[in-house]
Design a protein around this ligand. Structure first.
Ligand SMILES: [Zn+2]
Length: 340
């Protein structure tokens, strides 16, 4: 039993997570394997995350399909190729590369794997649009200054945030070969693998349900080890908090208990974990409602300063301050939109 209340279904993955090391190749069932692919160097959200869980899924026509090939490097592609060999398959049997969302630790190796196999990359339609927007709309210091002013951030706090502009990882410019929509069956012969559009973490986040294996691949939508951040794929005009809450209900409605997440370990208790994520974000929304009730004209900065932050408001500087303001703005918008 982990601290989150979910129950691990993979002892090796749970042990790897606890030790902060990369999870080994593991047989799940019925032609499904998972393997840890190392994260890129540098800080990760929620502390130390050693790896992304990539999945290898065999079809009944002699092919295999990779879900989330992991962060991009030649070493990582080599690890993935070794894992595919470990399942008794060859790289030239890869028939599709299915990516849950645009973050580098999931999508990064997709292009390399496509070059090595000529297999198509599969993304949700809204995620391709998000990728295109991120590549086109590079952030500018002027736009950021305008935003900080609108949020009421004191001028002496501007420099620590403005220095971040353009420092985040260059968005991947990538064109998927197959764009899928919600409820669409993926081209995995002999399997009923369905796309479930689960926006919130990113606008086109894709979860996958295998109806026969009774397994959901949740990407970063549901996690046994942390509460996923929201709105991390740019702005598509929808509120990520409201979308996320809806997406959690979508997963609960599937009625499937077991999940392969993007990080951590395979677990059971999927609906319960969705409810925990929902509560976590609802608590913040409720706090915002409370602040707005007593101070309807408070600036975003003032509202944020009155919310509960696990690190403590005073300790938030630079990136974590910017992130806290962004989250506050999403929740304020969710409250004002009115249907959270
Ligand atoms: Zn992510």
């Amino acid at each position: 039993m982990s601290s989150s209340g979910v129950v691990a279904r993979s002892a090796p993955q749970e042990a790897a997570w606890d030790a902060g090391v990369v999870a080994p190749l593991e047989f799940v069932r019925d032609g499904i394997w998972t393997v840890g692919i190392p994260m890129p160097p540098g800080p990760t959200p929620g502390g130390r995350i050693p790896c992304t869980l990539a999945s290898i899924v065999a079809d009944d026509a002699g092919g295999v399909h990779v879900v989330d090939p992991g962060s991009g490097s030649d070493e990582n592609l080599g690890m993935l190729a070794e894992a595919i060999a470990g399942t008794g398959h060859r790289l030239d049997q890869v028939r599709s590369i299915i990516v849950t969302h645009l973050h580098h630790d999931h999508l990064g190796s997709a292009e390399r794997l496509r070059n090595a196999t000529r297999a198509p990359i599969v993304l949700h339609r809204a995620e391709q649009a998000a990728l295109d927007r991120l590549a086109a709309d590079r952030p500018t210091a002027a736009a950021e200054r305008t935003r900080l002013t609108a949020w009421g951030v004191p001028v002496d706090r501007h420099p620590e945030i403005l220095t971040l502009v353009g420092r985040s990882a260059t968005p991947v410019s990538l064109q998927a070969d197959v764009l899928v929509d919600d409820a669409q069956l993926l081209n995995v012969p002999g399997r009923r693998m369905r796309a479930v559009h689960t926006p919130g973490h990113t606008p086109g986040h894709l979860s996958l349900v295998d109806d026969d294996a009774r397994l959901v691949f949740t990407g970063d939508h549901v996690s046994p080890v942390l509460h996923p951040g929201l709105g991390l794929g740019g702005d598509d005009g929808n509120n990520p908090v409201l979308q996320y809450q809806r997406s959690l209900r979508r997963i609960i409605e599937l009625g499937v208990d077991e999940a392969v997440p993007g990080h951590g370990f395979r677990f059971v208790g999927l609906a319960q974990r969705c409810a925990e994520h929902a509560r976590h974000h609802q608590q913040r929304t409720d706090e915002v409602v409370g602040v707005l009730a007593s101070s309807p004209d408070a600036s975003m900065f003032e509202i944020a300063s009155r919310l509960t932050w696990s690190a403590g408001w005073e300790k938030l500087t630079g990136f974590s301050l910017r992130s806290a303001l962004q989250q506050t703005a999403m929740h304020v918008d969710a409250v004002r939109t009115g249907s959270s």
